[in-house]
Design a protein around this ligand. Structure first.
Ligand SMILES: O=C(O)CCC(=O)C(=O)O
Ligand SMILES: [Fe+2]
Length: 328
């Protein structure tokens, strides 16, 4: 890959022993045994163009219009679908409990995350009827932002270990916008057994590391990513180590993607992710709202779960004041 890629502000080594592209598994889509073997071996299954573009773009419009409504996206000077960050935002003044729920429960978004073709992959892989977690993790990632290095199992396996993640670009996501990166074969690393034995809430675990090259040195494997298109579907093992590239869009385009979890209907549920639970990680009322940090290292605002007040409003004291519309 020719472009310079960064994760947590660290430049990834571009040589082919350290950086690669995802393998396309479309040709084994209908072969359950081959899917199981590939997932076991590689820790992920990538299906470019599995879903029709129009269906994905419908969800994109549904979500971006909501972000435009709260002043995060500029839909006046740009097409809302371009997802260009608005200079001034009203995000400090709105009820984010209602806002984030309206996104998670949007009809087009739900339709996408429960698409029959995704469900079919998991039915083949798991050998029975499957369901998606009620809670969903749509991600709106502004320039300068990204996701830390982690495995999902420490967050989502409170019911059963047999849980799988699907990452969906909701629109085209180019390398410079900061798509997901997977650490090749890390789902089999003996070095991670202690980390995987933890629960993010009970054991108060943060990101695995802030250093993508250090993790790579210690665990091995290439970082795998690519230029994603609307319609691509990426399924992976919840132990597989991953993060996102930093969004370094030259045109202030925000990255819109989703991560959702799937399991057998017959397995026990992780109750944190069902019903109207507003405090899945315990404590004060919070909303899932990654990003917004005024500066890197602003711990309070780097948390993906942000505290809100009794009106569902963000504590804006940590947000860059230049981005907020304030009363004159
Ligand atoms: O999209 C991202 O930034 C992170 C995705 C992720 O952590 C996941 O899909 O589990
Ligand atoms: Fe994740």
């Amino acid at each position: 890959m020719e472009q310079e890629l960064y994760c947590r502000g660290v430049k990834l080594n571009p040589s082919p022993e350290y950086l690669g592209e995802l393998r396309d598994s479309s040709n084994i889509l209908s072969d359950a045994d081959a899917l199981k073997a590939r997932m076991d071996e590689e820790g992920y299954l990538f299906f470019p163009g599995l879903i029709e573009r129009e269906k994905v773009l419908k969800a994109r419009r549904e979500i971006l219009l909501k972000y435009a409504t709260i002043g995060e996206i500029d839909s006046i000077n740009h097409d809302v679908m371009d997802s260009i960050l608005q200079k001034k935002s009203f995000i400090g003044n709105v009820n984010l409990v209602a806002f984030t729920e309206s996104i998670r429960r949007g009809a087009a978004y739900e339709d996408l995350t429960e698409d029959i073709r995704i469900m079919n992959v998991y039915e083949k892989l798991l050998g029975g009827p499957v369901r998606t977690f009620e809670f969903k993790w749509p991600r709106f990632v502004r320039p300068g932002e990204g996701t830390g290095i982690h495995s999902d199992n420490i967050y989502v396996t409170g019911g059963t270990q047999n849980v799988w993640t699907t990452w969906i670009p909701i629109g085209d996501v180019a390398l410079e916008e900061g798509p997901i990166v997977l650490l090749e074969k890390s789902h089999k690393s003996p070095k991670l057994t202690t980390y995987w034995g933890k629960d993010a809430d009970k054991d108060k675990v943060g990101w695995l590391s802030e250093n993508p090259t250090g993790v790579q040195k210690s665990i091995g494997g290439r970082w795998l990513t690519g230029n994603f298109k609307a319609g691509d579907i990426l399924c992976f093992d919840v132990r597989l180590v991953h993060a996102s590239l930093d969004n370094r869009s030259s045109v202030n385009r925000c990255r819109l993607t989703s991560d959702t979890r799937y399991q057998l209907q017959s397995d026990p549920l992780d109750e944190r992710w069902y019903g109207g639970n507003l405090n899945p990680h315990g404590g004060q009322m919070k909303v899932f709202l990654p990003g917004m940090a005024r500066q890197v290292g602003n711990r309070k605002f780097e948390e993906e779960w942000k505290p809100v007040d009794e009106f569902g409003r963000l504590d804006i004291s940590a947000v860059n004041p230049e981005r907020l519309v304030t009363e004159e």
